[in-house]
Every structure is written in structure tokens, then in C-alpha cells.
Design a protein around this ligand. Structure first.
Ligand SMILES: Cc1ncc(COP(=O)(O)O)c(C=O)c1O
Length: 381
């Protein structure tokens, strides 16, 4: 689809301290691993940042006055969730949030449930804090990844305190349905567990017939839920360090704040102003981005499904494709594709050895080149 926004003439990120591109240095490897996009962010964000930079003073900074309202509007207009601005707790990143909640809502030796495969910090955050990560594998049914509610029930012990939910789900790309979310909240009610929902991918639902539902909006879940959010995934701002928790329950909010006090750094001015511009003015760019990503998804799904030894799943949300490469006759699928010039994320980090994650948020010609390289390499086996 033709839009007023440009997703193809991206500036070269090599030599620009990009984590994604720096990983392979001078090697000819197309990096499709870490989850950021090879697109410039929305023009409204670039303009807001340019204006803030021109001001030239970068002292300690409060959230801009309009920012809480912009967050309230986004949650209400995008997801039908009426939040109170007082529920917002600013933090520099969601990974910080996952680590803070692991310390705030479980004690040493207590257990934190998460469904695997999963974005690695869901497993490392409990571990770093001497809490136990209890893994409940998702199950595959008719080509979709589902929660195993029987296994979930059996995973609870007297030491279980917290559930970490990823919604939409990285790496399977699932958008959880109302029924699935309701079953999870009922489970948390039954066992009196705190529910933390990482909703960083909520702005990246690709399927037209699906919507992201904040789990806090289901029944009375608000009282036991802390939602982690930011503009950074949708607007490609992870280098600016601005995120927030929405904690409607005053006790949970206070515990969150006391756990962060004196340790978690305040937000930088540029992160605040970028988030404000993205949430207030970024919708047309976001819609164009989703169109571009949908076409990339189509390309990835079509091309991967024609490669022998490879399985993938329909990506309902995110720009990440989850790949089962266990049938490829190679010892290490990630190293195999790296040698072929494509840098993917190793599934073992997500608790699924033999799987890979492919980030398709890059200009289509580059994505095509990466897929060509993968196909050629498999063809030569
Ligand atoms: C589910 C999920 N949570 C958190 C993050 C990272 O968020 P942040 O950069 O704010 O730490 C990512 C990045 O890919 C993610 O996929």
C-alpha cells in the first residue's frame, strides 16, 4: 500500500552503535535477531525530539504535563481501558519492570509462573533475584499455540506468588483471546496470585479480526494486575529508555515504587518527549507501519513455508516469526544460518532449543535477500 510514510530508504545502521547491526561487525550477515526495527520512527516523534534537542538543556526532567493524558487517551482509544493517571509508574524499560516485579511480588525462593517459549528476561528476572521461574510450556493445537490450563493448575505450589504474562506473546505472535485471558484471571483469583502483564507489543496486532485486550480489563482483574507498557516497540524507541507500569491497586503500586526507590533510574528527557509525541500524534504512522509489516509477514510466511525442514506459525501480532528448525539436518540451526549470512535469535534462549526467531521489521528488499540466503543454504544441504 502506498502511504505518505517511508519504510524503505532507511539510513544505514552500520557503524552507528546499533546493537542489532554491531553484533556482526564487518561480517556479511543480515541481522534479524533483536527486536528493533530498521525503520526511522514517526516524523512527529523526530520533530518533537529535534525541538527538545534544540532547547539544549537536559536537566532532571518530570513527565511533560500532557504525557499522562496522552497515555490515558491511548489506553482508552486503542483498548477501551479507562485508567487513572495516578496509576502510572514511570520506569526506564520493561526489562527493568520484569526484574522489579519479580522482587516486589515474590520473596527469595518463591515461585513465578510463566509460559514458555518466552522472551528471555521472563526467565532471567526471577533467576537474578533468587526467585524460581516455574515454566508451563504452551501447547500447539491446530497450528496455534495455546495455554495448557491443566499443566498451569498443576504447576501451583504453596510458594507460587506471581504470573508473568506476555500479551501479545513474544515469540509465538499470539493475540490472547478474551476467553483465554478470562481463564488466566480466574486461575489467578483461585490461587490469589499477582498478575503482571507485559503488553509492549499491544500496538502491533497485525490480524484485522483480532484486538489486543488488556488483561486488567477482564472482570475484576484490575485489582491484582500490574501492566507493563511503552511506546518503544511500536514506534521503535527502545534506545530512548521510557516505559511505564499501570498499577490500579494502591498496595501493589506502593510495593512497586518502594522496590524501585533509589535503584531504578529516572527517565531521560528525550524518552518522555518521544513517548508523548508517539502517543499523541503517531497514529497515522502506526497504521502505515502495520500495513508494511503485514506485507512483510505475508512474505515471510509464504517463503518459510516453502523451505523443507522449517516450520513456522501465523504471526497474529509482533514483527517476530517463530521457527521450528529441528528437522533441518544441521547440528546448530542458528550457526548454520549465520554462516549463510542471516543472523536469527537462538530459540534456546527462549527455552526452545532447535527453534529460531526471525525479526521481519526491516525494508522488504533486505528481508527478501535474507530469505533468499536461507532458501539457498537449505537447498545446498
Ligand atoms: C515482550 C517484551 N518485553 C520487553 C521487551 C524489552 O522492553 P524494554 O526495551 O523496554 O526493556 C521486549 C523487547 O523485545 C519484549 O519483546
Amino acid at each position: 500500500m502506498q502511504t505518505q510514510f517511508e519504510f524503505e530508504n532507511a539510513p544505514d545502521r552500520r557503524g552507528n552503535s546499533s546493537s542489532k547491526w554491531q553484533k556482526y561487525g564487518d561480517r556479511d550477515v543480515i541481522p534479524l535477531w533483536v527486536a528493533d526495527m530498521d525503520f526511522r520512527t514517526a516524523p512527529c516523534v523526530i520533530d518533537a525530539l529535534a525541538e527538545r534537542v534544540r532547547h539544549g538543556i537536559f536537566g532532571y526532567t518530570q513527565p511533560p504535563a500532557a504525557l499522562p493524558g496522552a497515555v490515558v487517551d491511548r489506553m482508552s482509544e486503542d483498548f477501551g481501558w479507562a485508567i487513572d493517571p495516578d496509576w502510572i509508574v514511570w520506569m526506564p524499560s520493561l526489562v527493568v519492570g520484569l526484574n522489579v516485579v519479580s522482587r516486589a511480588f515474590a520473596a527469595q525462593g518463591e515461585e513465578i509462573i510463566t509460559a514458555t517459549p518466552i522472551y528471555p528476561p521472563f526467565l532471567s528476572a526471577p533467576r537474578y533475584a533468587d526467585r524460581i521461574a516455574t515454566k508451563v510450556p504452551l501447547v500447539e493445537d491446530a497450528g496455534r499455540w495455546l495455554w495448557d490450563f491443566d499443566a498451569l493448575e498443576k504447576s501451583v505450589t504453596p510458594k507460587t506468588r506471581l504470573v508473568l504474562l506476555c500479551s501479545p506473546h513474544n515469540p509465538t505472535g499470539r493475540v490472547w483471546t478474551r476467553e483465554e485471558l478470562a481463564a488466566l484471571t480466574a486461575f489467578c483469583d483461585r490461587h490469589d496470585l499477582v498478575l503482571v502483564s507485559d503488553e509492549i507489543h499491544a500496538g502491533l496486532v497485525l490480524d484485522a479480526d483480532k484486538t489486543h485486550i488488556p488483561i486488567a480489563t477482564i472482570g475484576n482483574a484490575e485489582s491484582r494486575t500490574v501492566t507493563l507498557q511503552s511506546a518503544s516497540k511500536t514506534f521503535n524507541l527502545p534506545g530512548l529508555g521510557c516505559a511505564f507500569a499501570i498499577a490500579p491497586n494502591a498496595q501493589l503500586r506502593a510495593k512497586l515504587q518502594s522496590t524501585m526507590a533509589g535503584i531504578v533510574h529516572h527517565i531521560g528527557a528525550l524518552g518522555f518527549f518521544a513517548t508523548l509525541a508517539a502517543f499523541r500524534d503517531g497514529k497515522p504512522w502506526q497504521l502505515a507501519l502495520l500495513d508494511y509489516l503485514r506485507a512483510n509477514r505475508e512474505l515471510v510466511e509464504t517463503r518459510l513455508s516453502s523451505m523443507p525442514g522449517i516450520r513456522t506459525w501465523h504471526v497474529e501480532a509482533t514483527y517476530l516469526a517463530w521457527i521450528d528448525a529441528r528437522d533441518l539436518p544441521v547440528a546448530n540451526a542458528m550457526a548454520f544460518f549465520e554462516d549463510a549470512g542471516v543472523g536469527l535469535y537462538d530459540g534456546s534462549l527462549f527455552d526452545s532449543p532447535g527453534f529460531l526467531r526471525l525479526n521481519f521489521a526491516c525494508p522488504r528488499p533486505l528481508l527478501t535477500q535474507a530469505l533468499d540466503r536461507m532458501q539457498t543454504a537449505i537447498g545446498e544441504l
